[in-house]
Design a protein around this ligand. Structure first.
Ligand code: SAH
Ligand code: DHB
Ligand code: MG
Length: 223
């Protein structure tokens, strides 16, 4: 048995034991597939990790950059209290349409608002829409823009805000210091920024499982 199939088998074991079947997530993944969306959502165990972290934080306001079909948005949205809200940014019109269907089906349309457009154009509009700071921020869009997204996340944060960045390992390519892949360069710039940034305490954690070998940055804005 190769490592990849072991990771998947172990992931399936934990998914079956620890993650209750939820027809809303089933619908999301089927609807995404039907619409031809790429299968790059977080895995069930990762989605639940995001959900638990948001709950541990007691987050009432969440910002997500990169919606796709709303799979991670729904995991995070389910962690919110009744008066909580999640804003998620997405530039692909089809992804927005499918995500809106999925979010409505999950009964979260009163808590989740999708803002359509390139994130670097919509992030500067959040403050005037009344979103001055968030408790929890999940960055999961185009990887070359990660350094810009981190700076926006810091602008839209307050002491104690949790900031998570997806896909920072990319099969280990993050250590290719000679690489020219723009996604790897963006991630390495993000890590450089974090290493010099006094306002945030961060770590990175490697993950394996049904979505391969990848990882998250997890940070908290200092008091
Ligand atoms: N968070 C999702 C996966 C997001 S995939 C989940 O786990 O379910 C990345 C998404 O970011 C894609 O839908 C892509 O269209 C979107 N994206 C890429 N570049 C973007 C940009 N510049 N602005 C806004 N969205 C972008
Ligand atoms: C890609 C993006 C993601 O957010 C992800 O989780 C996996 C892959 C991508 O752009 O290839
Ligand atoms: Mg991702």
């Amino acid at each position: 048995m190769g490592m990849d199939s072991t990771w998947t088998e172990v992931d399936m074991y934990f998914i079956n034991k620890l993650i209750a079947f939820d027809s809303n997530f089933d619908y999301v993944l089927k609807n995404n597939k039907k619409a031809g969306l790429p299968e790059i959502d977080v895995s069930p165990t990762q989605g639940k990790l995001l959900h638990l972290l948001a709950k541990m934080k007691g987050a009432k306001t969440i910002l997500e950059i990169g919606t796709l079909g709303g799979y991670s948005s729904i995991w995070l949205g389910n962690a919110l209290p009744d008066d909580g809200c999640l804003v998620t940014l997405e530039y692909n019109e089809k992804h927005v349409k499918v995500a809106n269907e999925n979010i409505k089906k999950a009964g979260l349309d009163h808590k989740i608002k999708i803002i359509e457009g390139p994130a670097l154009e919509t992030l500067p509009t959040l403050e005037s829409k009344g979103f001055t700071s968030f408790d929890f921020i999940f960055i999961d869009a185009d990887k070359p823009s990660n350094p810009y997204y981190l700076n926006w996340a810091l602008k839209l944060s307050k002491p104690g805000t949790v900031i998570i960045v997806d896909n920072v390992v990319r099969n280990g390519h993050v250590v290719d210091s000679e690489g020219v892949d723009q996604s790897v360069l963006g991630t390495r710039q993000l890590i450089d920024l974090l290493s010099e940034e006094p306002r945030i305490d961060a770590t990175a954690i490697q993950t394996v499982g049904s979505k391969g070998y990848d990882g998250f940055v997890i940070g908290i804005v200092k008091e």
